[in-house]
Ligand binder design. Structure first.
Ligand SMILES: [Zn+2]
Ligand SMILES: [Zn+2]
Length: 154
C-alpha cells in the first residue's frame, strides 16, 4: 500500500516536473494508475479456454479444478472470467462448462489486485446522499452491465 505521504510526494514530484497544479497532477497520476489497471483487468478477462484439461489454464491458473458433472460424469472446464458483481469491483466470477453435456456453473473469485473497474460517488438530485456506482474499465465486458464502449451516445 502506498501511504498518504508517499502519494503526496509522488504528486509534488509531478507538479515540479510538469508545472501542473496539485489537483491536475493528482488527477493525471490517478489516470495513469487506471491505465495500468485497465490493462490488467483486460488480461484477467481475455483468454481462450484450455484445449485440454491437462494443460495449465490460460486464466493464470488461478481457478479451481473443474468439478465432475453429476449428469454425464465428465469434468467441467474453466471457460470464462467475468465481473461478478454490480458494485464490488474486486469480485469476479468464473464460469465452468461441462465437457460432456450442456451443464455449467459459476464460482465467485475475489481478485483485490485486479479490479474490473472503479467505484465512484455519483451525486443524486436534491439533497439525497451521493450513491456509490461502479464504472467498468474500458474494454472490460460485464455480463450484467451495459458497457460504456457500446453505449456511448457520442
Ligand atoms: Zn482457469
Ligand atoms: Zn455433463
Amino acid at each position: 500500500m502506498t501511504t498518504n505521504r508517499a502519494r503526496k510526494d509522488v504528486i509534488r514530484d509531478r507538479m515540479t516536473a510538469t508545472g501542473e497544479t496539485y489537483n491536475v497532477a493528482a488527477r493525471n497520476i490517478l489516470a495513469m494508475r487506471h491505465t495500468s489497471q485497465t490493462a490488467e483487468a483486460c488480461r484477467v478477462q481475455r483468454w481462450q479456454p484450455p484445449v485440454r484439461l491437462d494443460l495449465p489454464c490460460p486464466c493464470g491458473s488461478t481457478c479451481e479444478p473443474g468439478e465432475k458433472c453429476g449428469r454425464c460424469h465428465a469434468l467441467h472446464k474453466h471457460v470464462a472470467r467475468n465481473p461478478g458483481s454490480l458494485v464490488d469491483v474486486e469480485v469476479w466470477e468464473d464460469r465452468y462448462e461441462c465437457m460432456g453435456c450442456s451443464a455449467s456453473y459459476v464460482v465467485p473469485v475475489l481478485l483485490p489486485d485486479s479490479p474490473w473497474g472503479v467505484v465512484e460517488m455519483v451525486p443524486q438530485g436534491g439533497v439525497a446522499e451521493p450513491v456509490a456506482k461502479a464504472r467498468l474499465y474500458p474494454g472490460v465486458l460485464h455480463p450484467r452491465m451495459a458497457s460504456e464502449v457500446n453505449h456511448d451516445p457520442s
